[in-house]
Every structure is written in structure tokens, then in C-alpha cells.
Design a protein around this ligand. Sequence first.
Ligand code: MF3
Ligand code: CO
Ligand code: CO
Length: 271
Amino acid sequence: MMRFKAPSIEIKSANEIEAMRTVGRMAGDTLFKVNEILKPGISTEEINTFVHEETLRLGATPAPLNYKGFPKSVCTSINEVVCHGIPSPEQLLRDGDIINVDVTHIFEGFHGDTSATFYIGTPSAEAKKVTEIARKSLELGIAEVKPGGRIGDIGAAIQAFAEPQGVSVVRAFVGHGIGRTFHCEPQVSHVGTRGRGPRLRPGMTFTIEPMINLGTDECEILDDDWTAITADEKLSAQFEHTVLVTEEGCEILTVRPGVLTKSECFPDYFS
Ligand code: MF3
Ligand code: CO
Ligand code: CO
């Protein structure tokens, strides 16, 4: 007797995977170009205009624009903003800020979703800590992706790394299946238990996008109905890739053409 309904996680065909590679690379290219324009004094609206125009130049569509009413083409989340920050001409980047820029493109019906946290000028020790833990959390999550593994392995690895350092892992937002749909099964929690959750199979595509907070993991949503901030207004950082489960392990679909010089500044932080 069937006791449990198997979660319906789509397995992509070779053609669908190729389309996911194409759009993933496009989103990675755009994030790479964002790196070049970031500096103190620019507004998050300028980042939005740049991403919007760059997306269209590639022949793609910015997925955030009008998604469930989101008003802009990219999410820009500064300092205590956990995610879903709305670009604004009034909001200027300042020396010492950290900002997550989250780019999602749609091309030929498929989505590619990727983000990074960047340093504006010189970071504080706290900004470095939360950002480098978030970067390493994504890396460790990705390292768990292989056929036969479980979704829960990803969150377990991230939680085991991050929490002992006195930071928290956000529960309220999760990674997600992605393809023709922006957000679908499976949910990819960034905390969890090894061996639990759906089994990973070749052809699955999903995001891993850990949000790490310096203080509490609790979040509040601002009156704009989108911007999520930390309840204690301490710093938050996030990195995101769209990945594919392969026969061998994992392929990062949102690859970038080079180093994010304003993000990947401290490669030896944990060594
Ligand atoms: N890119 C975000 C994610 O990683 C989703 C943004 S939804 C939006 O899932 F509407 F805010 F754009
Ligand atoms: Co995502
Ligand atoms: Co995203």
C-alpha cells in the first residue's frame, strides 16, 4: 500500500538541461557585470536599471519584475536586509555596506537564479564574518549535491558549519526547485537533518541560497510587503546558485565568467 505521496520533483530532459545551462550562464554573466558598477554613491535604482537593460540586451526577461507584484527587475538587499530588497533612487550605497544582488533571468521559458553579497568599500570585521560564512555555507551545501543524497544533507551541512560560529541560519526563506517555474518543489531548507527529505536524482535542478544572520534568525517584513529584515537589525548575507544534480554529483548552472572582485576579496578567510 502506498502510504506517502512521493514529492513530485521534475527530472529534466537533456534539452531542458541545456536550456537551464544557457539561462544560468546568462544570469551569471549579469551578476559578473554588476560587480563592475558597484561603488559608494550609486543608488540601488541604478543597479536595477543596469540589470534590467543587461537582461534585455541578452534577449532574456528579468523574472522578478511583476512576479507576485514585485515592482523591480532585481532584488538589492543591504546590510540588515535579509532578502527581497526593492531598488530605489533614494537608497545610496555607502562605504562599509554589504549588498546582496539577486539576479533571475528567464530565457526560452527557463529560469536562472543567482546572487552574491558584495563589499562596498572597506568592510567591518562583522560584515566580513557574516559574508564569508554565507559564502562558505553555499559552497558546503553544493558539496552535498549528488545522486542518492538527500535534500536534508544540504541544510545539515550548512547548519553544522554556521551555527557553531555564533551566527544564525534563516528558516523563513528557502532554496527551491526551478525550471519553467521560478519557484517549485523541492523546498531546500538551509538547516536540517542528514538523510532526511527527498532523494537527489540526476536531472533535478534547484537553488541553494543560504541567508546567514549575525544575530537572530528571526525576520520581519517591511510595509512594502517585500523587504525582509533581521528582527534585531543586525547584518545578514546571502549567496545563491542554481544547480543540477548530475550522474557524477553536481553542476553549477549559474557559472560566472570570472572572479567577483568586490565579493571574493578574502579567499583565505577560513584557512
Ligand atoms: N530571486 C529570489 C530567490 O532567490 C526571489 C525573488 S522574488 C522577487 O528566490 F519577487 F522578489 F523577485
Ligand atoms: Co532563488
Ligand atoms: Co534569487
